[in-house]
Design a protein around this ligand. Structure first.
Ligand code: BGC
Length: 763
């Protein structure tokens, strides 16, 4: 017998009711037979190190081996229902995963009364992070720069496949946070600063994870986890897990909006933000979790805490006077499952006490456990608690890697191309230099075979660094590598050391082209907090010395956030932002340098010029204030290095004839039909991302200068003209007023495409 009440379940499985209801019924049946401690165990999630062999609950011996005594205590005695993560933040071989998870599932099913399989969760952020040999796509920020939904879908589909292949059915992705702060150490994990882009691409990822028919019991699909609800990256200090101050209408308009559709699409789980909004830790925010996420947005799945965040209500945020009160606040605020992840005894004991004392109702517990059990049914875990690796022949395959290459090549963004220096001509001799010239760690960023990405060079050895790809493409006799400066591999990732700048300069003088690869080392979360957005001083020293050679320099920016390069920009002949393009980033870049690939990426964030001017493109008009009426003339301006949506191509495009089907619209339920002519005026075929914006000219709340409303990525041949259409429903022009109601105000709007605009009136 696999679980309680099997006769009833056999009966139910013959039932013709929809799967959703039938899984709910099955979950309910099990729930009705469970004891309180069994229920509490389901709400507890622990780190794998807690039941692994090794010196402590924080550190395990490698590879992973389940410690029977520790497993018995957690799974049998405390009935823990969920496990996460890898050991020591490091990738394991697929066989090691499968064998370990099989042991866990057998243990959960054979040795417990309720026989409920464990749900294993993991962070597959741009690939199956912790599986040796897994395919690594570019990070989400690159997928956003490609402005191509298909890349988001492909990435999620491959991650789902390769995650299930190692026996894991639940992935903590996608990230729906708005990447609005270039200082924040997780901006690269987002789809950038725009809510529409974030929402659109997230939905494609959910489809990729959960399947086109949202069938998570299919053994190639996983449950997605929308994170981090909500407002996580909108902090004052720019540092991870620090306070944000966000008015309700701003929260609704920008931060909650992307979650809305994702929830409608059936995303199975949501992770709560580790941050605080208006002084209230989100884990303690009943209004946000129950009133907004559950009731207003109608989310029916499992709500998961982030790492140790229930404890932190006491230890960090001081809103609970002890750990028991922290549990009471969080569970009553709507958290269903606690990512504890170490001290599970305490969590289970305190929560049992709280229920017995009437401080947490049994109804709340049942509500949480029902959702968790239903998720386990939805994932098919009762039928096959572990998958068979032999059915996953495409794990790490050529086919998967080609999709990762495609996403990388479509994301790379050409920012400057003085005198069309690119693509490179006449087989030049090239000096490849800079700290990012020869590292897989730099190309991939964090969540790459290890949490911080620091092991990428060991695990991704078979893939090409920038230097290796450039050398393969342009010929090893033409290409020289001298990094000049390097990152410290220990301690702070931001410290650098000088190797030999003079040698670089001497070689630079002898080369036709200098490829200067700068940026950042990999990082995420707190270790990635930053005090200075400027590019590291040793990197600018290297650049300044190279500028003196008078040789053409192509600057390659390889970083998780836009570090400031304003002083260097005028002296560069070409600038290419490759963000964090993954294992195939080197090859994709080399193909762009050679002209095999025509660049088509566009910035998914504003590239700032100055440290005191960090605005998204949707700022308020008062950012620009001029005075020329007296003695104190001044000109207000918003100065970015490059604007949101910007990116060059080897093709040249021109826009003309922007038109709307009418000038005046009588009803809010109307749709504005927009047309614009796009022409490729160059000799090169290419992709252009046509971006549609609108401006509300006057509104009760000061409107943003403009907002992205739609986009299309179009292939257009040399000399060809295309007519591009958009349908813009008038109700999508709404905003949240200061009563936090979504309204569309009548009046005049501008419709903007590229350098063209046209006004319409909504009556
Ligand atoms: C991160 C989450 C992640 C979780 C589990 C946390 O520290 O904030 O994004 O899913 O750890 O690894």
């Amino acid at each position: 017998m696999k679980y309680l009440l099997i006769p009833v379940l056999i009966f139910l499985s013959c039932d013709s009711s929809p799967e959703k209801t039938s899984n709910e019924l099955k979950a309910n049946m099990i729930l009705s037979e469970m004891t309180l401690d069994e229920k509490i165990g389901q709400m507890a999630q622990i780190n794998i190190t807690v039941i692994a062999k090794g010196p402590s609950k924080w550190k395990s011996s490698y590879p992973l081996a389940i410690d029977p005594k520790r497993a018995k205590k957690a799974i049998k005695d405390f009935k823990i229902g969920s496990i996460i993560n890898t050991i020591n933040g490091k990738a394991l071989k697929p066989g090691n995963w499968r064998e370990s998870i099989s042991k866990i599932q057998n243990f959960a099913i054979d040795s417990t009364r309720a026989k409920i399989p464990v749900i294993y969760g993991i962070d597959g952020i741009h690939g199956a992070t912790y599986a040796e040999g897994a395919t690594m796509f570019p990070q989400q920020i690159n997928i956003a720069a490609s402005w191509n939904k298909q890349n988001a879908y492909n990435m999620a589909k491959v991650i789902a496949y390769e995650t299930r292949a190692i026996g894991i059915p639940w992935n903590f992705s996608p990230i729906l946070d708005l990447g609005i702060d270039p200082r924040f150490p997780r901006q690269f994990e987002t789809f950038g600063e725009d809510p529409l882009l974030v929402g659109t691409l997230s939905r494609s990822m959910i489809r990729g994870f959960q399947g086109d028919k949202n069938d998570t019991s299919n053994k190639f699909n996983v449950a997605s986890c929308l994170k981090h609800f909500v407002g996580y990256q909108a902090v004052i200090s720019g540092k991870d897990r620090t306070p944000a101050y966000i008015p309700d209408n701003v929260l609704s308009e920008y931060h909650i909006e992307p979650f809305k559709e994702a929830i409608k699409d059936g995303a199975k789980t949501v992770m709560i933000s580790s941050g605080l909004i208006n002084g209230i830790p989100v884990h303690a925010n009943y209004e946000l979790i129950i009133k907004t996420l559950r009731e207003k947005l109608g989310f029916e799945g499992v709500i998961l805490s982030d790492w140790e965040d229930i404890n932190k209500l006491h230890t960090r945020d001081k809103v609970a006077k002890n750990k028991k009160e922290a549990i009471k606040i969080a569970i009553n605020s709507g958290i269903d499952m606690s990512m504890i992840p170490y001290d599970y005894e305490q969590f289970c004991r305190f929560l049992i006490e709280l229920v017995k004392e009437g401080e947490v109702s049994l109804k709340r517990i049942d509500d949480a456990v029902l959702r968790i059990l239903k998720l386990k049914f939805d994932l098919g875990l009762f039928d096959y608690p572990i998958t068979d690796f032999n059915s996953y022949k495409d794990f790490g395959s050529k086919k998967h890697n080609e999709l990762a290459y495609k996403a990388a090549s479509e994301s790379i963004t050409l920012l400057k191309n003085k005198n069309d220096i690119l693509p490179l001509k006449n087989n030049p001799s090239i000096l490849v230099t800079g700290p990012n010239a020869n590292t897989m760690r730099g190309l991939n960023g964090a969540w790459t075979y290890s949490w911080q990405g620091n092991l990428a060079d060991e695990f991704a050895f078979d893939y090409n660094t920038i230097y290796e790809s450039v050398s393969n493409t342009f010929g090893s006799s033409n290409v020289k590598l001298i990094p000049g400066v390097a990152y410290n591999e220990e301690g702070s990732y931001f410290e650098m050391k000088e190797l030999n700048i003079k040698k670089v300069v001497d070689e630079g003088r002898k080369s036709d082209i200098i490829l200067l690869c700068i940026g950042e080392n990999s990082y995420t979360e707190k270790p990635g907090d930053l005090n200075d957005l400027n590019i590291h001083k040793l990197q600018s020293k290297l650049a300044r010395e190279l500028i003196k050679t008078g040789k053409p320099i192509i600057l390659i920016i390889n970083s998780g956030r836009p570090r400031l390069i304003t002083d260097l920009e005028p002296f560069m002949d070409g600038i290419i932002n490759i963000y964090l393009p993954g294992n195939h980033g080197g090859d994709a870049l080399a193909d762009i340098l050679s002209g095999k690939v025509n660049p088509s990426g566009k910035l998914p964030y504003t590239y700032p010029a100055f440290p005191n001017s960090l605005l998204t493109y949707y700022y308020k008009p008062s950012e620009i204030q001029n005075n020329n009426q007296g003695a104190y003339d001044y000109v207000g301006e918003v100065k970015n290095l490059y604007d949101f949506g910007y990116g060059l191509s080897y093709s040249k495009f021109s826009y003309s004839n922007l038109s709307t089907n009418r000038k005046v619209y009588e009803s809010l339920s109307d749709t504005i039909q927009i047309n614009v002519e796009l022409r490729n005026t160059s000799k090169v075929d290419g992709y252009e991302v046509v971006q549609l914006y609108s401006s509300d000219l006057f509104a009760e709340i000061t409107p943003d200068v403009k907002r992205l409303r739609d986009f299309k990525r179009i292939f257009i041949k040399s000399g060809e003209s295309r007519s591009i259409n958009f349908s813009l429903p008038i109700n999508s022009l709404g905003y949240y007023n200061n009563r936090n109601e979504k309204v569309v105000e009548k009046g005049e709007f501008s419709i903007l495409v590229n350098n063209l605009s046209r006004n319409v009136l909504i009556k």
